[in-house]
Design a protein around this ligand. Structure first.
Ligand code: IMP
Length: 178
């Protein structure tokens, strides 16, 4: 498989479509077992997680709901820094079993800032399922219960992940050539 160019950078093949799909089936099998009779609500974070969420949800064979949300971050007026608002989260979360779907957990900053908002609404449980995680890049105390691939701290594109807006449509994952 050949290298590709996205904007000004060259990327090399890293994870192919078959291994991504196999991993998604494995995650779905585990979720089907862990959440049987719990009617989980999957919360997919846009934009990056749309492809992962779609392929994963097709393999979920228990009663389950899904919603798609967008996180908007802006600088707060206080020194506490980043404030995150969720757009599209209009379901009642009290007593629900929540599974947050992310494309990739990098530093963990986004979820660390956002998860307290979910916890405030008293769900019955809250876990994270991410297709990719860069464990070496993690800067926040975040536990990712369901991880597809643990990858080195290298920039990747494809399968929903972008480099400055491009590359999301590729059905496999490419890694930056440095
Ligand atoms: P975090 O808040 O540092 O964990 O970053 C999470 C978000 O950064 C992800 O949802 C992605 O949108 C983006 N991101 C992190 N690493 C990569 C990468 O290697 N390629 C593309 N996007 C990335």
């Amino acid at each position: 498989m050949a290298n590709i160019q996205v904007h000004d950078k060259v990327f090399e093949p890293y994870l192919n479509a078959e291994e991504i799909q196999e991993k998604i089936v494995a995650i779905a099998d585990t979720l089907n077992r862990d959440y049987q009779h719990k009617k989980p609500l999957f919360i997919a974070i846009l934009n990056g997680a749309f492809m992962f969420a779609s392929d994963l949800f097709k393999c979920i064979n228990i009663e389950a709901e899904i919603c798609f949300i967008k996180l908007a971050s802006y600088k707060g007026t206080k020194s506490s820094g980043q404030v995150i608002t969720a757009i599209g989260l209009d379901t009642d979360l009290v007593g629900r079993h929540l599974v947050v779907l992310e494309d990739i957990v990098d530093t963990g900053k986004t979820l660390d800032a956002f998860l307290p908002q979910l916890r405030n609404q008293q769900p019955a449980s809250l876990t994270i399922a991410a297709l990719l995680q860069k464990p070496d890049a993690l800067l926040y105390p975040l536990e990712v219960q369901y991880v597809g691939f643990k990858i080195p701290d290298k920039f990747v594109v494809g399968y929903g992940l972008d480099y400055n807006g491009l590359g999301r449509n590729i059905d496999r994952i490419y890694k930056l050539v440095e």
